[in-house]
Design a protein around this ligand. Structure first.
Ligand SMILES: C[S@@+](CC[C@H](N)C(=O)[O-])C[C@H]1O[C@@H](n2cnc3c(N)ncnc32)[C@H](O)[C@@H]1O
Length: 307
């Protein structure tokens, strides 16, 4: 059985292992990172099931007005949080145990049933510790259950951490983090399809998204225009990125098909690259995740800033 070591984590994050924060090294040392290739019959079964889902179009499809399922999902987290007063209740419920994960362009079987969840904890800690320090304001667009907002507000108590979403329970959770838990947070209603220009993004602000712009299909140019107008100091996207899969790799090819069937975001990088050619943005880093869930690689990095 192979194991993800500090070296592989650094490679997946696109960094020198020596720069990995100690908190992340500790999480890596604590975790169970064994994984192995699937025996042929099992791998075939995973691919066959995937192909059946494709044939039956058994995927949720993103449409512009479809916020009902988010209101329901985050409503459950809001209730759990209100009942328990505990931020652990904010953990999103869509990371399921004992699922195949994708790693370096293949499906692998993991020793830890919660491998993806624990991998994401290291990634998130690394992302927040490495890039999010020293900003007066941090904005998460599409903040969902607010668990990133809660973590950041604990990590950087001097920063104001804003959580924005079009689903009302998300906004309420972020407001509750301030009123109930005393964290320096602010919730705002925000729709990627109709950005609210009255929202103030002060100087020295960081904007980020995690698995949220993925939900915008081909309708994300308005949000990019909004960011260009508001000029945050830094923008960090951790999102599945359509353009970076290899169409000649079977496992990637399945992800591309799933992106298409789910109407996941496309076109943003093309627009961002045009802005780069026009000298209007600086792209500081792009990094394909090479890690993800059964369906896609959700953690590819795009770090940039408007000039
Ligand atoms: C997969 S969840 C990710 C949530 C959170 N960022 C996380 O890491 O758990 C996608 C989020 O995007 C939000 N979203 C989807 N479409 C949106 C839109 N048009 N405007 C604002 N938020 C949207 C959903 O309500 C949901 O909270």
């Amino acid at each position: 059985m192979a194991t993800l070591t500090l070296k592989e984590f650094a490679d997946l994050f696109g960094i020198d292992p020596a720069t990995m924060p100690k908190a992340c090294v500790d999480l890596i040392n604590k975790g169970t990172w064994g994984y192995s290739a699937y025996p042929t019959a099992e791998r075939d079964q995973i691919i066959l099931d995937f192909l059946r889902r494709i044939r039956d179009r058994h995927f949720s499809f993103v449409t512009d007005g479809d916020k009902k399922r988010w209101i329901e999902g985050w409503g459950e987290n809001l209730k759990g949080f209100k009942d328990s007063g505990n931020v652990d209740a904010l953990l999103p419920r869509y990371i399921r145990p004992n699922m195949p994960v994708r790693l370096y362009g293949d499906f692998v079987k993991t020793e830890d049933p919660y491998f993806e969840k624990h991998w994401y904890e290291v990634f998130r800690e690394w992302m927040f510790l490495t890039y999010f320090k020293g900003f007066d304001h941090i904005f998460e667009f599409g903040c969902g259950s607010g668990f990133n907002v809660a973590r950041l507000a604990e990590m950087y108590p001097k920063s104001t951490v804003h959580g924005l979403d079009w689903a009302e329970p998300s906004v309420e959770i972020v407001e509750n983090l301030r009123t109930v838990k005393g964290l320096k947070t602010q919730g705002h209603h925000f729709d990627f399809f109709n950005p609210d220009y009255s929202l103030d993004i002060p100087p020295n602000s960081l904007v980020f998204t995690v698995g949220a712009l993925e939900q915008t299909g081909t309708n994300n140019a308005k949000f990019l225009e909004f960011l260009m107008a508001k000029k945050p100091a830094l923008v960090f996207h951790a999102e599945p990125t359509y353009d970076w899969y290899d169409p000649n790799n079977l496992v990637d090819h399945l992800a591309i098909t799933a992106h298409d069937l789910r109407n996941f975001w496309r076109g943003y990088h093309e627009n961002l690259n045009k802005l780069k050619e026009q000298g209007k943005v600086e792209i500081l880093k792009t990094k394909r995740a090479y890690f993800g869930s059964l369906v896609l690689e959700g953690y590819s990095q795009t770090i940039w800033r408007p000039l």
